[in-house]
Design a protein around this ligand. Structure first.
Ligand SMILES: Nc1nc2c(c(=O)[nH]1)N[C@H]1C(S)=C(S)[C@@H](COP(=O)(O)OP(=O)(O)OC[C@H]3O[C@@H](n4cnc5c(=O)[nH]c(N)nc54)[C@H](O)[C@@H]3O)O[C@H]1N2
Ligand SMILES: Nc1nc2c(c(=O)[nH]1)N[C@H]1C(S)=C(S)[C@@H](COP(=O)(O)OP(=O)(O)OC[C@H]3O[C@@H](n4cnc5c(=O)[nH]c(N)nc54)[C@H](O)[C@@H]3O)O[C@H]1N2
Ligand SMILES: [Mo]
Length: 691
């Protein structure tokens, strides 16, 4: 048969990957309905028609021969990933009967959902699934794995998670990427930075390791992992000492300034230099330039908050544009996330009230997803007996992997995984259900790096028997005997429901408009007027002011760092930073050979390599008191002495011994938000002696 791959029509979509950019897409479709090309939509005002390397190749994933097409049932030991095909009716009957039995025997909280942002779609990510688990009386999952510390920090300080509009970075005169690998993880911000630099702006990066973004910077401040709080306090110290602060803004719009000033007085440049590894003169320079430049912008990302003091680090960094009054200026301020502006009717979408109609009859317990091993191995009253995983791959991405896997291997645990591919987690499932990709189902999308709400309709037929999360939880609800009306809602009804909000930001945005326009800027300011969220204060804390919270900002080194626990640091003297891989998305593209190669490498400084007899390309074992993994040494100066970098997250299955990088990471939590501390991790490395 001759393939007909001439263009028949163009259909629009939205990238659903867990990224701040939420790109508008155009998919070229041929006569037979097959996609032949995926491109950025040039008409989108923020994402402007170009794509990142991973989504440019998304059709490889869409049509991959390993896509899951049929429901599967386990036929071998857990983890062996051997399955037989079964029908949907059989799969759904088995799941619902098992869940009912577990609920009756152990109580409904013995059921635990586990999901994150495999799709950013609101319906498939936090819609019918939430309704289902609320009605079932399942344990509630505290979805902390990514942004909990930063979220809690902004909530406490600003009262709402708003940040600069990406377009305004074009007007900045100094841009600081603070723990933010913009060219790797948020590339659609880059053109605005290029524009600013064309007009003379400087671009600085604060990061413990080198990456694409640091290479493109005017200056790279190499900071010790986990010491950003000390750096921010040091900057505040100098700004106040030099009287570079905005007294008027501070007196009108903040609380707790005196206490902050007293605390910052304890962080002179020399002390900060010792804590952060950045020379005192450089700290001085950074502070003076930051506060002395009209329109300074900080792009802070999640790199800074993945250690024990990460939440307070974000609070201290968020204090900077407040102290200098940078929020008043076009091109001034800070962006961690924009997601707080999407003030949807979440209660209507997720229906937490259904818990009252569940067998439990009350709000269920909260289980922290960053401590899955603990949840599966230690919880009683009741123990977790059923685990339903979707939009996530915890066997690879969750910290303290040995304990997670020991939990997944429990023979008495009933595990269901909704997936597109046979991930590490799916390999432990009793039942695997095949799901659609974002090109195959309807969903609505917020963004955490801009202010456009978007709608995507299916552009492709779903392959085999794949169904969307919404369809699956709707069908399961029926099988469980849940008769509440919300379980028959269509996708359109769910979108109408989430738009039924009193927030002025959502005013006038309807499903009809979304269908026509696809992407709509929230009503954050009049059209074409820039959005300056805190130019006149307007913080959403109970006091209406920015809360410095100095009482909790004092700096202590992360417990697990070379500067924290001396005994531990003698045994495990190196710090591992397992930050994101530029050309993949967490573990989502782990099936690809090029991604596997990138995530198989461990950067080690020549000094540390030399001391251990490690040479370029050698297999090395990285280990600590929690576990170990084998990687390939890349002896380079991307990392300073004492620090290692492994781009993450590799599939365990592709790694030697089936062990991934999260063998090393711990399930200790952040100071606020109960988030994970992935980048605070002591290890040792040794050559693997090959026979
Ligand atoms: N290409 C790609 N894009 C992605 C993702 C991906 O996996 N790949 N993942 C998406 C997701 S889930 C998220 S949460 C975002 C995250 O986006 P980012 O926060 O930008 O990504 P990270 O790699 O987690 O961290 C950013 C930088 O912080 C540095 N860092 C680590 N520890 C510290 C520290 O203690 N202090 C400072 N100052 N810097 C530190 C890292 O070396 C890294 O260069 O990206 C999203 N976009
Ligand atoms: N060492 C280390 N560990 C990390 C991180 C790190 O930087 N270093 N980053 C952490 C962070 S920030 C995050 S956000 C987490 C991310 O961890 P996860 O949220 O688990 O993200 P992914 O690994 O991308 O896995 C998402 C899965 O969802 C599936 N999926 C996609 N769409 C759908 C859908 O519509 N339905 C269903 N059922 N499934 C779908 C994909 O096939 C994929 O397997 O990892 C964390 N773990
Ligand atoms: Mo994340």
């Amino acid at each position: 048969m001759r393939e007909n791959n001439s263009l028949h029509e163009k259909r629009s979509s939205v990238c659903a990957l867990d990224c701040p950019d939420a790109c508008a897409l155009v998919v070229d479709i041929d006569q037979s309905g097959k996609a032949i090309k995926i491109k950025g939509d040039p008409e989108h005002p923020v994402t402007r028609g170009f794509l990142c390397a991973k989504v440019t190749k998304y059709l490889e994933r869409e049509y991959h021969p390993d896509r899951l097409l049929y429901p599967l049932r386990r036929v071998a030991a857990k983890g062996e990933a051997r399955f037989e095909r079964i029908g949907w009716d059989q799969a759904l009957d088995e799941i619902s009967e098992k869940l009912k039995r577990i609920s009756e025997t152990h109580g409904s909280e013995a059921i635990l959902p586990y999901s994150y942002a495999g799709t950013m779609g609101l319906l498939n990510g936090s819609g019918m699934d939430r309704r289902f688990f609320h009605r079932a009386g399942a344990s509630r999952l505290d979805r902390t794995i990514c942004s909990a510390a930063g979220t809690a920090a902004l909530q406490l300080s600003q009262g709402i998670r708003l940040g600069m509009e990406p377009q305004q970075f074009a007007h900045s005169r100094l841009i600081i990427a603070w723990g933010a690998n913009i060219l790797g993880t948020n590339v659609h911000l880059w053109p605005w930075i290029v524009e600013a630099r064309r007009n003379g702006a400087k671009f600085y990066v604060i990061d413990p390791v080198r990456n694409r973004t640091t290479r493109a910077a005017d200056k790279h401040f190499v900071v010790h992992p986990g010491s950003d709080l000390a750096l921010a306090l040091g900057l505040i110290h100098i700004i106040l000492r030099e009287s570079l602060h905005d007294r008027d803004y501070i007196s009108r719009h903040t609380n707790g300034f005196e206490e902050l000033a007293t605390l910052a007085a304890e962080y002179p440049p020399e002390r900060v230099s010792a804590l952060t590894g950045i020379a005192a003169a450089e700290v001085e320079l950074l502070a003076r330039e930051y506060a002395g430049t009209q329109a300074s912008a900080i792009r802070v990302n999640y790199g800074v908050q993945r250690s024990e003091r990460g939440g307070n680090a974000v609070r201290a960094i968020a204090a900077l544009p407040v102290i200098t009054g940078a929020w008043r200026e076009l091109g001034g301020g800070l962006q961690l996330t924009t997601s707080g502006a999407f003030e949807f009717n979440r209660v209507g979408l997720e229906r937490p009230d259904l818990q009252l109609r569940s067998p439990l009859g009350r709000e269920a317990r909260l289980v922290n997803m960053a401590q899955l091993g603990h949840a599966l191995l230690d919880l009683d009253d009741p123990p977790v007996k059923a685990l339903v995983v979707y939009n996530s791959n915890p066997a690879a991405i969750a910290p303290d992997q040995n304990r997670v896997i020991a939990g997944l291997q429990r023979p008495d645990l009933f595990t269901v995984v909704l997936e597109q591919f046979l991930t590490d987690t799916a390999g432990y499932a009793d039942i695997v259900l095949p799901v659609t990709t974002f090109l195959e189902h309807t969903d609505a999308y917020l963004a955490y790096g801009h202010y456009y709400l978007q709608l995507a309709r299916p552009v492709l037929e779903s392959p085999g028997e794949a169904r969307s999360n919404v369809q699956i939880f709707r069908a399961l609800a029926r099988r469980m005997g849940f008769t509440d009306d919300c379980f028959s809602d269509s996708e359109d009804e769910m979108i109408r429901c989430l738009l039924a909000s009193r927030s002025p930001y959502l005013n006038g945005i309807t499903l009809e408009r979304l269908d026509r326009e696809r992407s709509i800027r929230l009503n954050i300011s009049p059209p074409d007027a820039p959005f300056l969220p805190f130019a006149q204060g307007g913080f959403r804390t109970p006091s209406g002011k920015f809360e410095f919270g100095a009482e909790s900002l004092g700096y202590l080194p992360p417990r697990e760092s070379r500067f924290g626990d001396a005994a531990l640091a003698r045994r495990y003297p190196l710090e591992l930073v397992s930050a994101k891989n530029d050309d993949s998305m967490n573990s989502t593209f782990g099936h690809r050979a090029d991604v596997d190669e990138q995530t198989a490498k461990l950067s080690i400084h020549p000094q540390d390599a030399g001391a251990r007899g490690i040479v370029q390309g050698m297999l090395v074992r990285i280990e600590n008191n929690r576990g170990s993994a084998v990687l390939t040494a890349s002896v380079d100066e991307d990392v300073p002495p004492g620090v290692l970098r492994a781009r993450s997250v590799r599939w365990n299955r592709c790694a030697p011994e089936g062990r991934g990088i999260n063998q090393l990471t711990s399930d200790r939590l952040t100071d606020i938000g109960r988030g994970p501390t992935f980048y605070s991790c002591l290890v040792e490395v040794t050559p693997v002696l090959q026979t």
